[in-house]
Design a protein around this ligand. Structure first.
Ligand SMILES: C[S@@+](CC[C@H](N)C(=O)[O-])C[C@H]1O[C@@H](n2cnc3c(N)ncnc32)[C@H](O)[C@@H]1O
Length: 193
């Protein structure tokens, strides 16, 4: 899909989205005890910015990037009303360069662009943390994208970020009782050494 088509698709989705405040991804909310006391953070492909708002409330200085001008306008508006400082920018992360060693925390939720693994790694400061959560191919529920290009293969986050120290990883596949557990996504927290 072209960048223009992607932008239009997500602009449409966010124009229709509810006014409710967006939630942070589970991988961030459930592992928030791993966060440093403060620092510079990036919410990549932020959408309405649930991760950015969560981190800004904790005192992080936030950059939030997304290709959708509608999402970025809504996030900037909500952050302003909440008195939170978030530098929300319209960016096609597939083409715009990433700053090196700029962030103490990077969050990515429900977005997968494999060529960005290197730039994401390079954008972390030494000691910096990556919180990543997205859909897997081996999932019982028909949620998330259908195109396997946008779904993780088995253990793929571990491979994409094998330079990071693994602090948390969860991926259950179709093993055991499918009525229990957390099946549709993989969850990863890693630290740059
Ligand atoms: C499923 S949404 C996830 C949004 C948010 N991270 C969340 O968890 O709610 C995927 C997001 O990726 C963004 N996106 C897709 N391609 C992008 C690109 N090339 N550059 C920046 N953002 C992109 C979309 O606009 C959309 O907001």
């Amino acid at each position: 899909m072209s960048a223009e088509a992607t932008r239009e698709k997500w602009d449409r989705a966010y124009s229709d989205a509810s006014e409710r405040e967006p939630e942070p991804a589970e991988v961030l909310a459930d592992n928030a005890h791993l966060l440093p006391p403060t620092g510079q953070a990036l919410d990549l492909a932020c959408g309405l910015g649930g991760n950015a708002l969560f981190l800004a409330r904790r005192g992080f200085k936030l950059s939030a990037w997304d290709i959708s001008p509608v999402a970025i306008a809504r996030l900037a508006d909500l952050a302003g009303r909440l008195g939170l400082e978030i530098e929300a920018q319209v960016r096609d992360v597939g083409t715009m360069p990433f700053p090196r060693e700029a962030f103490d925390v990077v969050t990515v939720s429900r977005f997968l662009a494999r060529p960005l693994a290197g730039p994401i790694y390079d954008s972390l400061r030494p000691g910096g943390l990556l919180f990543y959560q997205t859909f897997v191919r081996e999932k019982p529920a028909p949620c998330g994208p259908c195109n396997p290009d946008y779904l993780l293969a088995e253990n793929e986050l571990l491979q994409l970020f094998d330079g990071l120290r693994v602090l948390f990883y969860r991926e259950e596949g179709l093993v055991g009782d499918l009525t229990a557990g957390n099946r549709n996504e993989a969850y990863f927290v890693g630290q740059k050494r």
